[in-house]
Design a protein around this ligand. Structure first.
Ligand code: NAP
Length: 344
């Protein structure tokens, strides 16, 4: 054990691969890195399992025709990776320093790790509406997770905000508890897949309030949601409806705090990678929703995690023959598809 300049104990050992994040991309990277004898450590972050662990049922992950719960899928991925030697730390990475190689990671538990490569799989978090009442009433009628909170709305009236897969899928899940689920969407066309649109339209507990946005959420005497203000996006008319719960599913924001200083992010804050999952910092790879704003599926995250681990292995192998160029490495090394961005 040595001590870093800030007096925190540091692991002398230089690791080959450290993985940040515990969703499907992270555990798949862990599985592949472990099987390649890279002795990976995975840091779970504050939300173990990431977004998939908040998903009630996954019907489109190949190999599970009968569907399975998100938390169960994550647990199976963890067990499988651990079987080959992945070490899982229930700790949160607070700093990733890529000024020098080996890189340095600092965690909330006060630990310092040095590593030759990093795989970033920190995912994304729900987007907020940023309207009056939303923050104050979160946990008291406002929710971003039907799986977590649906149970509290037995025989109650709820609204779901959004027109994507999440809104309709979670809305359908809420019909197990709520007496009525109204989907509020700002347009009259949906981004959601046809199959979910069909299911929602046919469900007798689901209703639609189209061309509407929620502008304010109000509590009653008990401090929980009782009614919301709406605005019509076509004619501008204001209205108010009573409801007990507001479930918001309007997309996600990448968890990019660790990467803002040294990494190329796109205009929405996603990490830019080439098709080999490389970021602009050689030795740092990314997979899953931190770098994917298009597909966002468990199946795609798993594939990206696998590719990132294979590339990390290749990077470590190449270190023996190629001098390391550090974070100021020549971006021409990167795929031409991302080059225009990197050069901008
Ligand atoms: P999304 O597809 O980006 O949809 C977000 C929805 O929220 C859109 O309908 C959007 O309206 C609406 N919205 C955004 N900002 C808003 C605002 N400020 N006020 C009101 N409405 C707003 O997000 P998602 O549903 O979370 O899905 C993300 C990705 O995960 C997608 O690729 C999706 O296919 C995938 N996913 C898949 C499954 C599945 O396969 N079973 C399940 C869940 C998610 P507009 O349409 O007008 O832009």
């Amino acid at each position: 054990m040595t001590f870093s300049s800030n007096g925190v104990s540091a692991d002398e050992h230089v690791h080959d691969v450290l993985i940040i994040g515990s969703g499907p991309a992270g555990f798949t990277a862990g599985l592949y890195a472990a099987r390649a004898n890279l002795n990976p450590i995975l840091f779970t972050g504050q939300e173990y399992g990431g977004q998939v662990s908040l998903t009630y049922e996954i019907e489109n992950y190949p190999g599970f025709p009968e569907a399975l719960g998100g938390p169960e899928l994550v647990e199976r991925m963890k067990l499988q990776a651990e079987r080959f030697g992945l070490k899982v730390e229930f700790d949160y990475v607070t700093e990733l320093d890529v000024d020098e190689h080996p890189f340095t990671l600092r965690t909330e538990a006060g630990k310092v790790y040095r590593t030759r490569s990093v795989i970033a799989t920190t995912g994304a978090r729900p987007r907020y509406l940023h309207i009056p009442g939303e923050e104050d009433l979160t946990g008291r009628g406002v929710s971003y997770c039907a799986t977590c909170d649906g149970f509290f709305f037995r025989d109650k009236d709820v609204v779901v905000v959004g027109g994507g897969d999440s809104a309709l899928e979670e809305g359908l899940f809420l019909t197990k508890f709520a007496s009525r689920v109204r989907v509020i969407h700002r347009r009259d066309e949906f981004r959601a897949s046809k199959i979910l649109q069909d299911r929602a339209t046919k469900h007798d507990k689901v209703e639609f309030l189209l061309n509407k946005v929620v502008t304010s959420i109000h509590p009653g005497a008990e401090g929980t949601v009782t009614n919301i203000d709406l605005k019509d996006t076509v004619d501008g008319a204001d209205s108010n409806i009573e409801t007990d719960g507001v479930f918001i599913f309007i997309g996600h924001i990448p968890n990019n705090d660790l990467y803002r200083k040294d990494f190329h992010l796109d205009d929405e804050g996603y990490l830019v990678t080439d098709k080999h999952m490389r970021t602009n910092v050689p030795g740092v790879f990314a997979a899953g929703e931190i770098q994917d704003k298009v597909f966002k599926q468990v199946a795609t995250s798993v594939g990206q995690g696998c590719a990132a681990a294979m590339q990390a292995g290749k990077f470590i192998e190449d270190l023996e023959t190629h001098p390391f160029a550090g974070k100021h490495a020549d971006p021409r090394e990167l795929d031409p598809d991302v080059l225009s961005f990197v050069q901008a």
